[in-house]
Ligand binder design. Structure first.
Ligand SMILES: NC(=O)c1ccc[n+]([C@@H]2O[C@H](COP(=O)([O-])OP(=O)(O)OC[C@H]3O[C@@H](n4cnc5c(N)ncnc54)[C@H](OP(=O)(O)O)[C@@H]3O)[C@@H](O)[C@H]2O)c1
Length: 351
C-alpha cells in the first residue's frame, strides 16, 4: 500500500483579492486526509494547474453566473494531475495516473467517474494540464469547429505561448495559415517563432504595438483567436479583413478589473465595423466540446509524441508558490503553460 502523509496541505484564500491578487491573499493551511466513499478514489497531486479561470473563481463579483465563488479557507479550485493512492472504484487502481478537479492541495477524494486517465506515453504528465488538457482542447475546438481557417489565411493569436495559444497557433500553422502571435517580451516572441512556428510574434508591451499589428498583417486578419481583450483585441479588430472570424476565447486583460476601465463607449465603433466588414464573432466555451477529447488526444497527442508539435510547461516548484504563480501568470511572467509541481514526477512511460 502506498504511504499517505499524516497531513493534507492546501493553498487557500485568506481574503478575496481586490484587483490584481497579492501574495498576502493566499495562505497554506493544513487539514486531515479526506476519506473516500464507494465509487471514489484518493489522489495525491503531482501537478496543479494555474489557469486564468481560477482568477474568476476567487472573486465574488466575477464568478456570478460562471462558477461558485471559492470560500475563504477552501482549496483554490482547479484541475490536477494525480496519482491514485487508494481506490474504491472498479476502474482505478493504486498507482494509476489521472487528472481530476482536486484543487490546490496534496490529497483529494474524487468520484472515479469524474477522472480522466492519462496516457504517459504521449507526453510528460505536466502536459496533460496544458497542451493535452483543457487549454489544448479549447484551442482544438476553436480552430477545428469555429475558426473556418483555410490555407493562406492570416490567423492572429494572443497569449501565443500559453496553454491555449500555443496549441491554436500550431494548429493554424499545420492548416497552412500565416500565423501572427502576441506575447509580452522579445525573448518570448523569438521562442514563439523559432519553436512554435509562428510566422511573426509581436510584443504587446511595445509602444507602437498597434502599428506593428497593422504592419505584420498587411492584407488583414482572417481569424482572430482572442485570448486577451483590451488593447490587444482592438489592435487586431482594426485589422480584421472582410468576412473575418473573431473567436472569443478569453479576455485575460479584464480578469482583475471589477468594473470596465474608464473611457469612451466603443460599442458604436465595434458594431459599425462588424456590420461594414461582415465580421462574425463566435463565443467559445470548452465545456461544449468535451466529446472532442478522444479525437484531440489522438491528433495532437500523436503529434506531440512524434515531436511534430511542441508543448511547453512553465513549472513552478512547491505548493507554497502557487499563489505567486497565479499572479505571475496574470502579469505574463510565465514562459509556457503554468503548472505547480508539489510531488515527485515519475516521468513519461515509453510509447
Ligand atoms: N473559453 C474557454 O472555454 C477557455 C478555456 C481556457 C482558457 N480560456 C481563456 O484563454 C485565454 C488563455 O488562457 P491560457 O490558459 O492559455 O493562459 P496562458 O496563456 O497560459 O497564460 C495567460 C497569458 O495571458 C497573457 N496576458 C496576461 N495579461 C494580459 C493582458 N493584460 N493583455 C494581454 N495578454 C495578457 C500572458 O501572455 P503573454 O505575456 O505571452 O502575452 C499570460 O501568459 C485566457 O483568456 C483564458 O481565460 C478560455
Amino acid at each position: 500500500m502506498t504511504a499517505v502523509n499524516a497531513v493534507n496541505r492546501r493553498m487557500a484564500l485568506r481574503r478575496y483579492p481586490d484587483g490584481m491578487p497579492r501574495p498576502e491573499d493566499f495562505e497554506v493551511l493544513e487539514g486531515s486526509i479526506p476519506d473516500i466513499a464507494d465509487g471514489q478514489v484518493l489522489g495525491r497531486a503531482i501537478y496543479l494547474t494555474v489557469d486564468p479561470y481560477i482568477r474568476v473563481h476567487i472573486s465574488p463579483s466575477m464568478s456570478v453566473g460562471y462558477a461558485p465563488t471559492t470560500p475563504i479557507g477552501a482549496p483554490i479550485p482547479g484541475e490536477a494531475v494525480l496519482q491514485v493512492v487508494r481506490s474504491r472504484h472498479p476502474d482505478f487502481a493504486e498507482g494509476d495516473f489521472v487528472a481530476g478537479f482536486g484543487g490546490w492541495q496534496d490529497y483529494c477524494s474524487l468520484p472515479g467517474d469524474s477522472l480522466r486517465r492519462l496516457d504517459r506515453s504521449l507526453a510528460p504528465l505536466s502536459a496533460h494540464l496544458g497542451s493535452l488538457g483543457m487549454p489544448g482542447l479549447t484551442a482544438y475546438a476553436g480552430m477545428t469547429k469555429l475558426a473556418e481557417a483555410r490555407a493562406g489565411d492570416t490567423v492572429f493569436v494572443s497569449a501565443a505561448l500559453g496553454g491555449v495559444g500555443a496549441v491554436a497557433g500550431q494548429l493554424a500553422r499545420l492548416q497552412g495559415c500565416r500565423v501572427v502571435g502576441v506575447s509580452s517580451s522579445p525573448e518570448k516572441c523569438v521562442w514563439a517563432v523559432s519553436e512554435l512556428g509562428y510566422d511573426a510574434c509581436l510584443d504587446r508591451t511595445a509602444p507602437d504595438f498597434a502599428a506593428q499589428v497593422a504592419a505584420a498583417c498587411p492584407d488583414g486578419i482572417d481569424v482572430d483567436f482572442e485570448n486577451a481583450g483590451g488593447e490587444v483585441f482592438w489592435a487586431a479588430f482594426n485589422s480584421m479583413k472582410a468576412y473575418g472570424r473573431l473567436i472569443v476565447c478569453g479576455l485575460i486583460s479584464g480578469y482583475n478589473l471589477d468594473a470596465p476601465p474608464p473611457g469612451p463607449d466603443m460599442t458604436p465603433h465595434l458594431l459599425r465595423y462588424v456590420a461594414m466588414k461582415r465580421l462574425v464573432m463566435k463565443g467559445l466555451m470548452v465545456a461544449d466540446y468535451w466529446d472532442l477529447r478522444p479525437r484531440f488526444l489522438e491528433e495532437v497527442g500523436g503529434m506531440i509524441r512524434d515531436g511534430r508539435f511542441r508543448s511547453k510547461e512553465y513549472v513552478v516548484e512547491g505548493l507554497e508558490n502557487a499563489g505567486q504563480a497565479l499572479i505571475d501568470m496574470m502579469h505574463g511572467r510565465n514562459f509556457g503553460k503554468t503548472v505547480v509541481r508539489i510531488a515527485d514526477d515519475p516521468g513519461s512511460s515509453p510509447p
